[in-house]
Design a protein around this ligand. Structure first.
Ligand code: HPA
Length: 275
């Protein structure tokens, strides 16, 4: 059982250390870690220092919160996330997201590298999520002690905030960056999918596939934060490309697009500041 009350002590400790409430929380996917290195940071804390927190076991996933400013907007970046395939429960996987809500974050930007399923999506494309399919992974709210029925059965009609998406699209336009919109399916991994599974996912309406994000979006909505999610297509999904899938290739390609995504996020922060 997760002791949410015990986490309040850490919220207070971090709050008094940084002296501001982060407005935007950014979860950095594969290849995007540098955004946290380059921002104007004032404080960072490793997940390991927070009792009860899941710690990433994936090599080169750092696993820390970095607090600071992007374009003068107070933010917190999650440099490294934990995945369900690492063996944690879904409730544990989304704990760092809930914690951002406890810190006062109002808007969450989730990022990830994903495989392209739909013929409209090519490697290198940037995709704003319009919706997701999370039915193939356990719901992260299972086991959460709800306080009322709205808390127990939260609406998920619009997980990905239309307003945030519109701002993101206008920033992309200003930056001459093409962004698409699509439906993400979260599968557990860690094995990549089979071609038959990808065919199934496509028939179900998924445009892109990955092993994170949807569960985090559910928890963020449950914590009353607005959500925007950005995927960057790192490979054609299984059976649609010429070569077998490898984590190394996914990382290499993700890094190529990450700079453009980082610029988009910076532009978004600037737009929010000017609102
Ligand atoms: N499948 C699942 N997760 C992924 C993929 C993929 O093809 N690419 C990047 N993350």
């Amino acid at each position: 059982m997760i002791d949410y009350e015990a986490l309040r002590g850490y919220v207070e400790k971090i709050g008094s250390r940084i002296g501001f409430a982060p407005k935007i929380g950014i979860v950095l996917g594969s290849g995007l870690g540098e955004l946290a290195d380059k921002m104007q940071s004032v404080y960072s804390i490793s997940y390991m220092e927070i009792e009860g927190f899941p710690v990433s076991t994936v090599e080169d996933h750092v696993g820390q919160y970095v607090f600071g400013y992007i374009e003068d907007v107070p933010v917190v970046c999650m440099q490294g996330r934990v995945h369900y395939y690492e063996g944690y429960t879904m409730e544990e996987v989304v704990l760092p997201i809930r914690f951002m809500g406890m810190l006062g974050v109002e808007q969450v930007i989730l990022t990830n590298a994903a495989g392209g399923i739909s013929a409209d999506f090519d490697t290198g494309d940037i995709v704003l999520l319009s919706d997701h399919i999370a039915t193939f992974v356990p719901n992260p709210l299972i086991g959460y002690k709800a306080v009322d029925s709205a808390d127990r059965f939260p609406d998920m009609t619009q997980v990905y905030d239309k307003g945030m998406r519109e701002v993101m699209k206008s920033v992309a336009k200003e930056q001459n960056t093409t962004v698409k919109e699509g439906v993400y399916i979260q599968l557990t991994g860690p094995s990549y999918e089979t071609p038959a599974e990808i065919k199934m996912a496509g028939l179900l309406g998924a445009d892109i596939v990955g092993m994170s994000t949807a569960c985090e979006a559910i928890a963020a909505r449950h914590s009353k934060m607005k959500v925007c999610a950005i995927s960057y297509v790192s490979n054609p999904a299984a059976g649609l490309g010429d070569v077998p899938l490898s984590h190394e290739d996914v990382k290499k390609q993700a890094k190529k697009t990450a700079g453009t995504v980082a610029k988009l996020i910076k532009g978004y922060c600037k737009a929010v500041k000017e609102q």
